[in-house]
Every structure is written in C-alpha cells, then in structure tokens.
Design a binder for this molecule. Structure first.
Ligand code: PBG
Length: 336
C-alpha cells in the first residue's frame, strides 16, 4: 500500500528516534530541594519521601559538593528551625537555620546556586505562611475572620527575611506563600538594602494542592488549623493562574515557578506561551511519593517513570524543574 505519511519511518531505529527527539533532559535542568534542620551529625530520613532526608548544617558541605559534581546547578532550601513562634522569627535572623545553611553551602561549593524558598509556614507555631489574624494580637483586624492570613503585615516580614537570606549569600529568593504583592515587596526590600542583583523566582501559580502532603511531614509545617485555600489557587482554576502570573511579572519577577507540576501541565503551557521569562515547575513531594510508592510495590519502574514525568513537564514548557529526583536523574544519565 502506498502511504505518503508514515510517521513510523522516524521510529525505525534508536538512532533515528534519538535524532528527532524534541525534548531532552539533563542534570543542569534540575534543582534539588534540601531540608535543613538544627542539630549536628544528623541525616534523618523522611518516611513519606523515601530517599530524602533532613540534614544538619555540618553535613551540607559534602552534600553541596556532591550535588555540584553531578552537574546540578542549584538547590532550593527549606529550614526546620529549633524554635517556632507566632511570627516565624528564625526566618529573618542572620543566624537562623537557612541563613546559616546558605553560608555553609556557599563556602563548600561557591558555584552551586542557592535558592531560598521564602515562606513562613516552616517557622510559625501555627504552620501558616505568615501572620495570622488572632484576637488580642497587635495586628488583629476585626473586619477579617480570625485565622485569616494577614497579607500586608506578612509582606513586611517577607521583605526582612529575604534581606537576611540575601545577606547570607542566597542567589535567588523564591516566595512561595501566594500573598498579594509579595514580589514587589521583596524587590523593594532587597533593593533598599543593596541587593539589586538578587533574583526573584516567584511561585506565581501555586495550587492549593493535596500533593504537598509529604512535604509538610518533611518540613514539619502542616497548618495547625484550617487549610491554605485562602491564599493558594483553587486547582480548578486555569485563568486565575494566568492572572497571578501576569501580576508577578508586573511586580518584577525574574523567573516564574508553577506547582504542582504534572497536575498543572496546561498552566505551564499557558505561561510558556504568554511570557518570555524563564519558567520553572516544581515536581512536588506527592508526585515523588506516588512514583516511589508504586515502584516499591513493583508496579512501575522508578527510573523510567521518573524520567517520563520530567520529560513531560519540560515538553509542556518548563525550562527547569525542581525535583527530588535530581540526584537520581544525574546518576541515571551518567550511567546510561
Ligand atoms: C511552603 C512550600 C510548600 C511547598 C514548597 N514550599 C508547602 C505548602 O505550601 O504547603 C511544597 C513542596 C512539596 O510538596 O514538595 N509554602
């Protein structure tokens, strides 16, 4: 039979398939998340995220050098402080857990880029991403419901904490709390303190997703009451994600981040087509845990399932991906 169009011609051999491959993945595309905790000499495995651990600062030098050697260009830091309080003060002290970790990493591996996840949920005793409206507290606003995350009061704290992280050597501040005006507030605070060259990667479109569940164990940051639906986007909303992205661009974001990744491929694609900023996606803890769990049951091959997920996220339009598989991928690609 004469068929003019035979797409299978280009699938005939491994070489021709490789030749026409549209999307590729390399260690430099990936960003590795690190959970940093207080204490010494500890690598505490995270039960719901097999293969991941909380590390103490003294173990970061070796870890940073290994990540750098693997060709991964950046890490994103999450802190688990010794003390939590109502305003998350560990996050803006120069000797807080993350500023200390940044200095340790920069000393051991100066070229490894450090991204600060900029949020308060790991530092507040109530586990919300900033100051909460509580009767009797200094910033209490009776017009807003008790328990409401106070927007503008939290922006001041985000500015202070961003400056503390920048002073410690953070290259990129990544605000993840989904507060209105957070990018502009952080930009102004950084510029006022002489950190005009510290970049902002905004979690522009972050859904109120159930897939962050394992992370909240890892970072010891589950909300003590309620949920995050008053600040994170309803996963049902695509246009709203585009609006959030436009607002963060207007406010001066240098790069955008979308999460979760696999459940948000349409949003990643929309962002890729509507703007020219570098675009990151976060393959979150639940996405990682699902693959690990299915692989542990023998239902999926871990390597191929992880690689296919990551390639799909890149194909949708992400330039880079934050992934708990970053080190595994680098090792897999090295040995293939
Ligand atoms: C902080 C933050 C969260 C994640 C990244 N930054 C948790 C949340 O919003 O509840 C989730 C990352 C993951 O699940 O891997 N706000």
């Amino acid at each position: 039979m004469s068929l003019v169009n035979r797409p299978r011609r280009l699938r005939l051999t491994p070489a021709i398939r490789r030749l026409v491959r549209e999307t590729t993945l390399q260690p430099a595309d990936l960003i590795y998340p690190l959970f940093v905790r207080h204490g010494a000499g500890l690598r505490l495995p995270i039960d719901s995220m097999p293969g991941q651990a909380q590390l103490t600062i003294d173990l970061l030098a070796d870890e940073a050098r290994e990540i750098s050697r693997l060709g991964v260009l950046a890490v994103i830091l999450f802190g688990v402080p010794a003390q939590k309080d109502a305003i998350g003060s560990d996050n803006f002290h120069d000797d807080g857990i993350v500023p200390s970790a940044i200095r340790a990493i920069k000393k051991a591996a100066p070229d490894l880029l450090v991204i600060s996840d900029m949020c308060f949920c790991e530092y507040t005793d109530h586990g919300h991403c900033g100051l909460v409206n509580r009767p009797g507290h200094e910033r209490y606003n009776p017009q807003l419901p008790a328990g409401y995350l106070l927007n503008d009061a939290t922006l001041e704290l985000l500015g202070r904490a961003s400056v503390a992280h920048a002073r410690a050597g953070s290259d990129i501040i990544a605000p993840s709390g989904m507060l209105d005006g957070m990018v502009a507030a952080i930009r102004a605070a950084l510029d006022a303190e002489g950190f005009a060259h510290t970049a902002i990667m905004s979690y522009a479109a972050k859904a109120a997703s159930v897939f962050y569940g394992p992370f909240r164990d890892a970072a010891e940051s589950p909300p003590g009451f309620g949920d995050r639906a008053q600040y994170q986007i309803d996963p049902a909303n695509r246009r709203e994600a585009q609006k959030e992205i436009a607002l963060d661009i207007e406010q001066g974001a240098d790069m955008l981040l979308i999460k979760p990744a696999l459940p948000s491929l349409d949003i990643i694609r929309d962002a890729r087509e509507s703007c020219h900023l570098p675009l990151a996606a976060y393959q979150v803890s639940g996405e990682y845990a699902m693959l690990r769990a299915a692989a542990a049951m023998g239902w999926l091959g871990l390597r191929d399932a992880a690689l296919e997920s990551l390639i799909s996220i890149k194909r949708a339009g992400a330039d880079m991906i934050i992934s708990y598989f970053a080190k595994d991928v680098a090792n897999w690609l090295e040995s293939s």
